[in-house]
Design a protein. Structure first.
Length: 208
């Protein structure tokens, strides 16, 4: 069983998420609330607990003037809170938001952006590396709305981490296609062709 919506849980606890950092602002300022949220999910029976790093990209933190040391401290806090809240009965999974979540303009829901494979790689690689250093070996790329980003993940990023496991969740529009308009059948065909890189399994879930 997967845990619940972290942002919703934090809002219900009275945390202010009115920031470009979203839940990462709570991670910086009120890490005890992150711990409480993880603990609540564990107490409710969740078996998979996601780290509080959906919005925590190196680029985001550098944009607001944080130093590399500050960023390392935030990732330390993110992993320490989830480790302390869980036991060996839970699987800890590193949460990785799409590039659109960094833009903070709703692009994570539209997929209206396009980068080179190198840019996608550099964006995702720095935070994966930081989480791997903290002992995280399982990851989810959450709510990816853009087909080119999915292809970059499958072909250029995931193969760089052969000892880690990854899954990709996507967002869809009202027609059931990927949020950037790519027909969902096309996404499925692509993933099926790359089953050696990404194990194929399908679940329909509802986001927070």
């Amino acid at each position: 069983m997967l845990d619940g919506g972290l942002a919703t849980t934090l809002e219900q606890a009275g945390c202010n998420l009115n920031s470009t950092l979203w839940s990462s602002e709570v991670l910086r300022q009120q890490p005890e609330e992150i711990y409480k949220a993880h603990q609540a999910f564990v107490d409710a029976g969740a078996e998979i607990i996601l780290t509080s790093t959906y919005q925590a990209s190196t680029a985001t933190f550098l944009d607001i003037g944080l130093t590399i040391e500050d960023i390392d401290h935030i990732y330390n806090t993110a992993t320490e809170t989830v480790y302390h809240a869980t036991t060996t009965q839970q699987v800890i999974v590193g949460s990785l938001g799409p590039y659109g979540s960094y833009l903070s303009d709703g692009s994570e829901y539209t997929g209206d952006y396009n980068l080179s494979n190198i840019d996608y790689y550099q964006f995702h690689q720095t935070r994966i590396d930081r989480l791997v250093e903290k002992g995280i070996v399982d990851f989810v790329f959450e709510t990816v709305p853009n087909f080119n980003e999915i292809k970059a993940l499958v072909e250029f990023i995931i193969p760089k981490y052969p000892t880690c496991t990854f899954w990709i969740s996507v967002t869809v529009n009202a027609e059931g296609d990927l949020s950037d308009g790519t027909p969902f059948d096309k996404v499925c065909e692509y993933i099926a062709l790359h089953h050696n890189e990404v194990p194929v399994f399908w679940y329909q879930l509802f986001s927070c």
